[in-house]
Each structure stands twice: as structure tokens, then as C-alpha cells.
Write a protein that binds this ligand. Structure first.
Ligand code: FAD
Length: 480
């Protein structure tokens, strides 16, 4: 029997392991079609360790429920093993495989360190039972080690990586395996009870969950809508948080209810239309960023261990100020765009990309707080919390990462508001205390103390930040 091990790839379409498990299965006596089994290891203890947001857990569990039904309709049973942590996965899978007479296991590779260690142990354990493992790379468009510099080293600068990425993706068709047809009369979602119990134990306000639609079907609908309504103007609109200019597909991509290959194919098809070409090219750049951070995580294990991508930045001496951190988390720094963004994150489980950069840079450069605290806070709230993208984005913003422009990149949070929310609509929506201010005043409310009475003054000044950051980074470098 062939077994498909589901992880962050909760779908049936464009799923190479599922396709291979079915096409490579032999038809057993009494059956007329190929058969396969599917399994998911629910690791709630690992979710705790990785600080996975309750809202994300809800999305994954609901998507798993939909996947279980979708597979059952195709005659494939999905089992859910309640395993707690990654350490317990090898034994649980081995026992399960033995009980089901499994000969081959198929799965998509994952690149963070804990996941890679888990998979090595699983491979060793299953090999003892004579089970053969086959790994695929549907989580990316270009497998992590496929592109190397002339020196044979991994790419660490996005611009150079992207040039090679374009050539690779032009030459290699992404994995777009068909949705499997029905294998046998009907299957059973064997994990229904485990999933229902885990959902029951979750405490996520309905106000949060009702803003999101889990599952593969909803993800496809969202992709179609984005293609139709927003792709053509993506480059023009993507930086403005009060416009729905981006796809909002990050949760689907990170939990795998939609494959990156499906997104890439839709965008390359849209390139045929002159009106959409520029927007599609710009959106494909973002899919390349996603691959870029995954290959960084796969090839630089220290980033999985919480260390700076640039080792010298681990010598920076961050401030340890809980009050400043609380002001940032709660959206009361006195900088309207930063506060609006943080309130959006807590209220919706999502934040616009421009604002992720602004708030991350503000935490690490203005407040001089360790970027790891911000990274963890994002993980505990984001529905799309994704280790590689989150860590990559945080390290980029804190200048400990792969940014080709070094530490003197410091966004001015007021200027960012004036540029990307010029009318102040986004700010007024999330910070009602500032609704009486006009589009100019709203970016510097401290100049209008009578109109912004319930709003705090800036917790730190903007002036002098760049100079302080420069001195600190130079000092760390000289001590390294
Ligand atoms: P779109 O603009 O429609 O982009 C399409 C897809 O490309 C996204 O869904 C995402 O999968 C990918 N993508 C876009 N930008 C990036 C990027 N800079 N890096 C990697 N992939 C990208 N993205 C996550 O998916 N999960 C995270 O936990 C996460 N944390 C971040 C933290 C910080 C500090 C920063 C600066 C960025 C982070 N990002 C993260 C990247 C980016 O902000 C989100 O992917 C994007 O805002 C999601 O919105 P969207 O789906 O509408 O994106």
C-alpha cells in the first residue's frame, strides 16, 4: 500500500506525492483502480513550541477537515495521528505504516531545521521496516539547492537569485499534477474525531474566524478573484494598505491549500494579456521572494536556530524594555501608521506587506528591541505565520538578514504614512482616536494635541535613529 503523508500541503490538486502514490500503486486483488492511503500527524505540542497562532491552527484544522472529506469522496482514507511533538512522529508513523501494510511513503519536503530533523528520523525508522520514502518539492517553484552561484555557494542576494530563478522557471514546468479521480466507491475521513476534538479545544473568537475561509475550494476562488480583479494593477496598488491590491493568498500558500505552482501558472497565463503583463510579472517576483527565503532557511540552519543570518549581528546589544514592547504590540507607540498596522494584525491575524516592513523596522531600529521578540509576536498572531517568510522578513527589516542595502536603511514611519496612506484612510480605520484629524494632521498627531486627545505622544523620537543604529552596527562588526 502507498501512503501519502500530508503536512503543509493540504490539497488534492497539484500535489505530486498524491499523484505519484496513485499512479505508482499496483491494483490489488478485487480492486479495479489504484489505491492509496493518506495520513496527517497532528502535533499540537510542536505548534506550542513554534508559537503557532490559534487562528492559524483553526485554519489548518478546518482545511484538514475539508481535505479529509475531499479525499474520502475520491475513495482515499485520511487518518489523523494525534502525536503531540515531532520527536514522537517516527514511532507513530512506523506503527501506523506497519498496521496498514505500507510499502512506500510519499511526501513534500519541508526546509526548517526541526522539520528536516524529523524527516531524517522518519526515513531511518521506516527504512528499518523496508518502507521506501519519496520526497517532492511542491512547496517551492525552484528546489532549494537547485541554484548555485559560480562559486557553488547558495545565493544570498535576491537580485542575483531572481535572475537565475527566472531562467529555471522558464525551463522547468512546475508540478501541476491533475486532481485524482475516484479510486474506489467511497473512502472515510478517519481523522474526523481527532480534528473535531482539537477544534473544540481551541479558543479563537468568532470575530476572527469569520473573516477567513479555510480549505482548498476557497483558496481557488480567491485566486480566481485576484486574477480577475487585482492582478492587472498589482504593481500600482500593492504598496497601499487601504486598497485590496494584493492577493491575500499567503495563508493558502503557507498551509498549502493552494500550490505555488497553481499561482505561478495562473500568473504566467495572464502574461499573455498585455493589460495584465506588468502586474503578473510583479506578482511572480513575490513568489520568487517566497522561494528565496525557503532556500535560505534550507541552506543556513543557523536562521532556524534563532541566529542572525549575518553572524556579527548576534553581537548587537538590544534594549530590554517591556513597556516599549507592550506599546508596540498594542498599537500605542504614538506613530499612527505603526499603531494602525499592529491593531490590524491583532484584529484580523494578517498585516499588509508594506506595514510588516514598517512595524518590524520600527521595533528593531527605533525601539532598539531584539527582532526575535517581534518575530515571535507575529507568529503568535499571523494566520499565514510561515517560519521562512517571517524570519526572512524580520531579518531583512532588522538588517541582520539578506538585505543588500545594509543597516542604514531606516524607514521614517511618518514619511511611510504620508506616502502609502496619504489620505490617512487606513490609519483612521484602525485608530479611531485620530478620525477628527485631516489627511495632513493624521500623520503627526502630536502637533494637534486638542484633536488627538486620547492618542499617546511618540514613545521615542525619530531623529537620531539612523545615527544610533549605524554606531551600534559598526561596533558589533568591529568586535566580530
Ligand atoms: P501578495 O502580495 O499577493 O504576494 C503573493 C504571495 O507571495 C504571498 O501570498 C506570499 O506567499 C508571497 N510573498 C509575498 N511577499 C513575500 C515576501 N516578502 N517574502 C516571502 N514571500 C512573499 N509572509 C508569509 O507568508 N508568512 C509570514 O509569516 C510572513 N511574515 C513576514 C514578516 C515580515 C516582517 C515581513 C516584512 C514580511 C513577511 N511576510 C510573510 C511576507 C509578506 O508580507 C506576506 O507574504 C504578504 O504580505 C502576504 O500578503 P498577500 O498574500 O496578499 O501577498
Amino acid at each position: 500500500m502507498n501512503l501519502v503523508w500530508y503536512r503543509n500541503d493540504l490539497r488534492v490538486a497539484a500535489h505530486s506525492p498524491l499523484h505519484a502514490a496513485l499512479t505508482e500503486s499496483s491494483i490489488s486483488a478485487g480492486e479495479t483502480r489504484p489505491q492509496a492511503l493518506a495520513v496527517y500527524c497532528l502535533c499540537q505540542g510542536q505548534w506550542d513550541r513554534h508559537q503557532v497562532a490559534p487562528l492559524r491552527r483553526w485554519y489548518v484544522l478546518e482545511s484538514l477537515r475539508e481535505l479529509g472529506e475531499s479525499l474520502a469522496n475520491r475513495g482515499i482514507d485520511l487518518h489523523v495521528l494525534d502525536v503531540d511533538t515531532f520527536e514522537k512522529v517516527p514511532e507513530a508513523l512506523a506503527e501506523f505504516a506497519q498496521s496498514q501494510g505500507v510499502t512506500h511513503l510519499y511526501c513534500n519536503r519541508e526546509y526548517p531545521l526541526n522539520e528536516k530533523q524529523r524527516d531524517t528520523l522518519v526515513a531511518e525508522r521506516l527504512r528499518e521496516q523496508g518502507i521506501i520514502l519519496r520526497g517532492f518539492d511542491d512547496g517551492v517553484l525552484v528546489p532549494p539547492a537547485a541554484l548555485r552561484t559560480g562559486k557553488g555557494t547558495p545565493y544570498t542576494v535576491f537580485g542575483a537569485y531572481k535572475k537565475r530563478w527566472d531562467v529555471w522557471t522558464a525551463d522547468h514546468h512546475p508540478a501541476m499534477t491533475p486532481v485524482p479521480s475516484q479510486c474506489r466507491a467511497e473512502g472515510t475521513f478517519m481523522g474526523a474525531k481527532v480534528v473535531a476534538k482539537a477544534l473544540e479545544m481551541l479558543d479563537v473568537p468568532e470575530a476572527l474566524t469569520q473573516q477567513w475561509a479555510p480549505g482548498e475550494e476557497a483558496a481557488w476562488q480567491q485566486l480566481d478573484q485576484f486574477m480577475e480583479r487585482s492582478l492587472a494593477d498589482y504593481r500600482r496598488n500593492r504598496d497601499f494598505p487601504d486598497l485590496s491590491g494584493t492577493s491575500g493568498l499567503s495563508v493558502a500558500l503557507s498551509a498549502g491549500t493552494l500550490s505555488v505552482a497553481s499561482c505561478f501558472r495562473a500568473a504566467t497565463q495572464a502574461m499573455a494579456d498585455a493589460g495584465s503583463r506588468d502586474g503578473a510579472a510583479c506578482w511572480i517576483d513575490e513568489l520568487a521572494w517566497r522561494d528565496f527565503y525557503r532556500q535560505i532557511m534550507a541552506q543556513f540552519p543557523r536562521v532556524s536556530r534563532g541566529q542572525g543570518f549575518r553572524p556579527e549581528t548576534d553581537l548587537l546589544e538590544w534594549k530590554n524594555d517591556d513597556e516599549l514592547f507592550a506599546a508596540w504590540c498594542e498599537g500605542r507607540t504614538g506613530y499612527p501608521l505603526v499603531d494602525a498596522a499592529m491593531r490590524q494584525l491583532v484584529a484580523t491575524g494578517w498585516m499588509h506587506n508594506r506595514l510588516r516592513m514598517v512595524t518590524a523596522m520600527f521595533l528593531s531600529k527605533h525601539l532598539w528591541l531584539d527582532w526575535r521578540r517581534g518575530e515571535a509576536f507575529f507568529m503568535t498572531h499571523l494566520i499565514d505565520g510561515d517560519f521562512a517568510a517571517n524570519n526572512g522578513g524580520w531579518q531583512w527589516s532588522a538588517s541582520s538578514g539578506t538585505d543588500a542595502v545594509p543597516y542604514f536603511r531606516v524607514f521614517n514611519p511618518v514619511r511611510q504614512g504620508q506616502r502609502f496612506d496619504s489620505e490617512g484612510r487606513f490609519i483612521a480605520h484602525w485608530v479611531p482616536q485620530l478620525r477628527d484629524l485631516d489627511s495632513k494632521q493624521i500623520h503627526e498627531p502630536w502637533k494637534q494635541p486638542l484633536l488627538a486627545r486620547d492618542y499617546p505622544p511618540p514613545v521615542v523620537p525619530h531623529a537620531g535613529v539612523r545615527e544610533r543604529v549605524t554606531v551600534a552596527f559598526k561596533a558589533a562588526k568591529s568586535r566580530f
